[in-house]
Design a protein around this ligand. Structure first.
Ligand code: ADP
Length: 461
């Protein structure tokens, strides 16, 4: 029944919001109108009753002074000055029959016979035979069973109330229509960023990972949402890219040991059951499979730390203790390579970390320093505090890293060309970075080919 653009419009949040607001506006305006109408009508009624009573008092005084004749004279005198035109004045005898009556000609439609039948207690209301007006009549007793009645039609007050109703309706309808149109326009404008976000989500879910929602410059809730959404998509895009690269690298790096293992097993099978050769082949296979398992474990650790799933057992430890354990571990290898290891650490310096994980990170740095430093060189491990941060650095006099390779050494499975002769998986530094970042710290490196490198871990205390 509806055309498509109209159906699209009516299915928007903006349309529903505007509908709600308009409904609330009409309801509150109607309540306000009802209240004002009630107060106005009560006050007009009071005013009319007050006028009738004061007229009743005036005329009963006149009657007291000179009876019906005086009353007639007074009413005629007042008529001349057009004063008593808007009141009914009636004197009834003890049997309720009319003794004296003045009725403005425009009220001829009221059935005055009723006055002879109805009781005089309180207010008497006479209905009009032609209009909706009512003639309100008040009574006061006179001497000898006579009564004086003064009445007034509600015509004037009904007219005021009728005008009031008409003005309200004729002002409310255009106001609501205008409010509705402006409301739809404003809500559509306000929700424009949300629609763009929906479009972007649609593009991203259809595979366009480079799609971003345009930021319109206002830092409100929607602006913040767009910034957060874009940075989230950016992270996911990076993660997917890194995961893809890692998968390629893993596949590539697994192929070599697996092929080697297959070769060893094939050769062992070809030797006619020589136990010693078979034993050697099995030992080689074991070594290769250990390497593969080690690589997979490290990859799992890195993913765990990067995704925030690594369970850190944080506690306060002395920096020297962590450092000492690592140096002890590598002192033998260093000695074998004729390297000097020097440490520098303030005795009372402590930090809150997972000592096993930080030890592992520092160990990887020292391992690299020992591995990539030629015999006779030196490895310095130092700790110092700056503000609320602890800096752990490992400096060596080794082969160094070229500036073009520096940004890539933190990538998974990356190994610089000159280090291929050394044993390694290319995962050590990725793990160091992941562990330090899981501690909300960061890593830095300075290196010069042929002179050496300085790796620094910056950890919050
Ligand atoms: P690997 O197992 O190859 O040592 P890492 O992730 O620990 O893997 O290091 C990545 C690469 O960074 C190494 O292959 C090497 O080229 C370079 N590197 C790391 N530490 C040093 C160092 N102290 N001196 C020179 N090069 C280093």
């Amino acid at each position: 029944m509806f055309s498509r653009p109209l159906r699209d419009l009516t299915h928007t949040v903006g349309f529903r919001l505007t509908l709600w607001y308009s409904g609330m506006f009409i309801l509150s305006m109607s309540l306000l109108f009802g209240l004002v109408y009630f107060i106005l009508s009560a006050s007009l009624k009071n005013q009319d009753h007050e006028m009738i009573h004061s007229r009743l008092r005036e005329l009963s005084t006149v009657y007291g002074q000179g009876g019906v004749e005086a009353l007639e004279k007074e009413v005629t005198r007042e008529k001349k000055f057009k004063k008593s035109d808007s009141f009914l004045v009636r004197v009834a005898g003890p049997d309720r029959s009319t003794v004296f009556l003045v009725l403005p000609y425009q009220w001829a439609e009221f059935d005055l016979k009723m006055l002879e039948e109805k009781s005089f207690d309180g207010w008497v209301e006479l209905d009009s035979t032609t209009a909706k007006d009512v003639l309100e009549v008040a009574t006061t007793p006179l001497a000898f069973g006579y009564s004086l009645q003064v009445g007034k039609s509600t015509e004037d007050r009904d007219k005021v109330l009728r005008d009031f109703r008409r003005i309200f309706v004729s002002a409310l309808i255009p106001l609501v229509l205008l409010g509705f149109v402006v409301g739809i326009f404003l809500s559509r404008r306000a929700l424009h960023p949300l629609r763009q976000l929906t479009e972007t989500v649609r593009s991203v879910s259809s595979g366009r990972m480079d799609a971003r929602a345009p930021f319109l410059g206002s830092r409100d809730e929607l602006g913040d949402l767009i910034i957060l959404f874009n940075s989230m998509v950016e992270k996911i895009e990076k993660l997917i890219r890194v995961m893809g690269e890692s998968l390629d690298n893993v596949a590539h790096d697994l192929r070599t040991p697996m092929t080697r293992m297959r070769g060893i097993a094939e050769m062992a099978l070809q030797t006619d059951g020589d136990v010693e050769t078979c034993r050697e082949a099995l030992a080689d296979c074991l070594e290769e499979s250990d390497r593969i398992v080690g690589m997979l474990n490290t990859l799992m650790d890195i993913s765990e730390a990067e995704s925030g799933a690594m369970a850190l057992e944080l506690r306060e430890v002395k920096v020297c203790d962590v450092m000492e354990k690592v140096t002890d571990l590598y002192s033998y290898v260093a000695e074998e390579k004729a390297l000097r290891i020097e440490t520098r650490c303030p005795q009372d310096l402590s930090f809150v970390v997972d000592p096993v994980r930080v030890g592992q990170a520092l160990g990887n740095l020292v391992d690299n320093a020992v591995k990539y430093t030629t015999p006779g060189g030196k490895v310095e491990i130092a700790a110092e505090q700056e503000g609320d941060k602890v800096f752990l650095s490992v400096k060596d006099t080794g082969i160094g890293i070229g500036p073009e390779e520096l940004p890539r050494i933190w990538d998974r499975l990356y190994r610089a060309d000159q280090s291929r002769s050394q044993k390694g998986l290319g995962l050590g530094l990725s793990l160091v970075k992941a562990i330090v970042e899981a501690h909300k710290g960061d890593v830095r490196v300075c290196s010069e080919p042929g002179k050496g490198s300085v790796f620094t871990l910056c950890l919050p205390r």
